[in-house]
Design a protein around this ligand. Structure first.
Ligand SMILES: [Zn+2]
Length: 93
């Protein structure tokens, strides 16, 4: 007597591992406008991924008008080429 055993639920499970370390090597800042400064006129931005702060001093009137409302509602700043990353100064002089 022959017994055939079939198992239709037998599937090979392949674990999927996503390595995110590439992002650590080359991080593209995700700039958000959050405020403006007046002296000198500067659009203030920060990276919502790593918290880095930067500023934009080369902007159009429209961009300045939009940025005026950034403290109410921050929004993405797409042109990373115009962002100057703030240098973190050491405490003390
Ligand atoms: Zn960043």
């Amino acid at each position: 007597m022959e017994i055939l055993v079939t198992n239709p639920t037998d599937k090979t499970i392949t674990p999927t591992i996503n390595f995110l370390s590439v992002e650590m090597v080359e991080h593209h800042h995700n700039w958000m406008v959050y405020s403006t400064a007046l002296c000198p006129p500067t659009i203030m931005v920060y990276c919502k991924d790593c918290g880095e702060e930067g500023s934009v001093s080369d902007f159009s009137e429209d961009e300045w008008d939009n940025a005026f409302w950034a403290p109410e509602e921050e929004y993405p700043w797409p042109d990373k080429d115009r962002v100057s990353v703030n240098k973190h100064k050491e405490k003390g002089e």
